[in-house]
Design a protein around this ligand. Structure first.
Ligand code: ZN
Ligand code: ZN
Ligand code: ZN
Ligand code: ZN
Ligand code: ZN
Length: 98
């Protein structure tokens, strides 16, 4: 059986009880997540800090996805293989939309 635990504050960011965390004006301006901007963590390289912008993360994959090169999955066959080049994928010509 599960029920909501009583929380002393509705907002876990600024510790106020007159608004919920999702409505807080102090929540992360980078990802709109429920933490203050200075505690934002890049979900690509896990660096914490507001001056590191995930969009410009140097570890970001060249496919423009939000993951590292090593986590890249082929866009066509979805194989998680960084050495496999998407443009050489044999599945590329077999894609059918139905
Ligand atoms: Zn708040
Ligand atoms: Zn954030
Ligand atoms: Zn990063
Ligand atoms: Zn990628
Ligand atoms: Zn592939």
């Amino acid at each position: 059986m599960s029920y909501l635990k009583y929380l002393p504050y509705k907002c876990i960011i600024c510790k106020n009880d007159n608004h919920y965390t999702k409505d807080c004006i102090d929540k992360c301006k980078v990802c709109k997540g429920e933490h203050i901007t200075s505690l934002h963590k890049c979900y690509i390289c896990n660096i914490i800090g507001a001056d590191h912008i995930t969009y410009y993360c140097p570890f970001r994959c060249s496919c423009n996805g939000y993951h590292t090169k090593n986590e890249h999955c082929c866009l066509y066959c979805h194989e998680p293989n960084p050495d496999h080049k998407d443009e050489n994928c044999k599945m590329r010509l077999n894609i059918k939309y139905n």
